[in-house]
Design a protein around this ligand. Structure first.
Ligand code: TYD
Length: 209
């Protein structure tokens, strides 16, 4: 049996990621692909427990290094107990966020550096990478970003960080796409939901074929 594919969907706050995740899963199923939808932080029993530690409480609950280590620990468990078994069954795994969130949030915006956080992934998960990473992006000014954060997921520890942090996250994703253009693709999140889903499918064209 052919090994499945791991696709991660990324993006800053409020770019319509949840809607697109569901639409993309349906579109892939419509092409006869068996799809497992999962998320980070989380996606396995152990990682969901770590998710609560990461997203609840004060912004200052964890220092930046501890925060990055918790994300890396959750990811290691997610990969071993959920992702690898599904890929082994020939299924596709669609993950709502994955490694590149850690690289953009903790690495770029959090100040640890992209390379340091990638090193954690090398240790924690033997540098296991998605077959493709799709980053939804909206071109806009900081006021727009602020509104998205306010209207979006401002409730959790990380979503409620200031607009400058989220602007750095977006910049981080652009750096990642420039560094690994085969794996990481920026996808324009403007326009109708159906248009955005079509763009996502196009960016997977070579894998679906
Ligand atoms: P979630 O409620 O899943 O929000 P979203 O709909 O934006 O995905 O919360 C996940 C939060 O954790 C989000 O603010 C991004 C952040 N995050 C990191 O900082 N690093 C990571 O490695 C991951 C996976 C998420």
């Amino acid at each position: 049996m052919r090994r499945g594919r791991l696709i991660s969907l990324e993006g800053g706050e409020g770019v319509g990621k949840s809607t697109q995740l569901a639409a993309l899963a349906e579109a892939l199923r419509g092409r006869g692909i068996s799809v497992v939808v999962t998320r980070e932080p989380g996606g396995s029993q152990g990682a969901e427990a770590i998710r609560k530690l990461l997203l609840e409480g004060d912004d200052t609950r964890w220092n930046p290094r501890a925060e990055a280590l918790l994300f890396a620990a959750a990811r290691s468990d997610h990969i071993e107990t959920t992702i690898k078994p599904a890929l082994g069954r020939g299924e596709w795994v669609l993950s709502d966020r994955f490694l590149d969130s850690s690289l953009a949030y903790q690495g770029e915006a959090g100040g640890l550096g992209i390379d340091a956080v990638r090193d954690l992934h090398r240790f924690g998960s033997l540098d296991f990478l998605p077959d493709r990473t799709l980053v939804l992006q909206l071109a806009e000014d900081e006021a727009g970003a602020r509104a998205r954060v306010r209207d979006g997921h401002a409730g959790d520890r990380i979503g409620s960080r200031p607009p400058s942090y989220h602007a750095a996250v977006d910049a981080g994703f652009r750096v990642l796409a420039a560094r690994e253009p085969d794996r990481v693709r920026l996808v324009d999140a403007s326009g109708s939901p159906a248009t955005v889903t079509a763009r996502l499918l196009y960016a997977l064209g070579d894998l679906i074929g």
